[in-house]
Design a protein around this ligand. Sequence first.
Ligand code: G3P
Length: 230
Amino acid sequence: MSRPVIILNLKSYKEVFGEEGLKVLSIIEEVADKFPQVIFAVAPNITCLSEFVKSRRKVRIYSQHADPFPMGAYTGHIPLEAIKLLGADGTLINHSERPVSIKTVSSIVEQARHLAIEVIACGGDIKEISKIASLKPNYVAFEPPELIGTGISVSKARPEELKASVAIIVEQSESRSIPICGAGISSGEDVKLALEYGARGVLIASAFVKARNKKEKLTEFALAAESAVY
Ligand code: G3P
């Protein structure tokens, strides 16, 4: 059984740019040191990706997005090769705040395989999850967009859909993709339920970024994730 993963998506929140962003990274590293059974990952804003990669010790670093183009005459695009060159571990793709076509997800998964970096592909409903899982990215994240940023977690509000997403990810990917989930996750209890329902990790944004004490909040999530390790 894979170690549970906690992925912190820092989006474009103003609290996590520049020096503040690097302080947040060092908090994540500090908590990660205390929970070796849990994988910690962070997806900083693309403009901070390089400095995060340079400053990290063990936390995994993902881009929030990538474009399906090689290096070349593609103004304003983010080639996957550039993400690899920076030393990042991979990319998120198709987050509901940065949606792409299924064809693009497919191309990103294929390129990432060649580059030996990882893809965390998101889907907002079971139909989309099913299509994405058949492409076999490393992780498939079920994230109902209407719960994002609400503080109402996917694990508390949509247990049946969450369980169905896990089953479909396992089936469609022939057990190649790791099922995870996100949206509204705000407490250790939310993390615990997500893992009980079969997810092997969580994607979290606002509850972490907006927490008055980020170290305390992340420790709460990590304790819940660790208790699911068996
Ligand atoms: O990628 C994770 C994210 O969309 C969930 O956001 O603020 O509901 O934790 P949030």
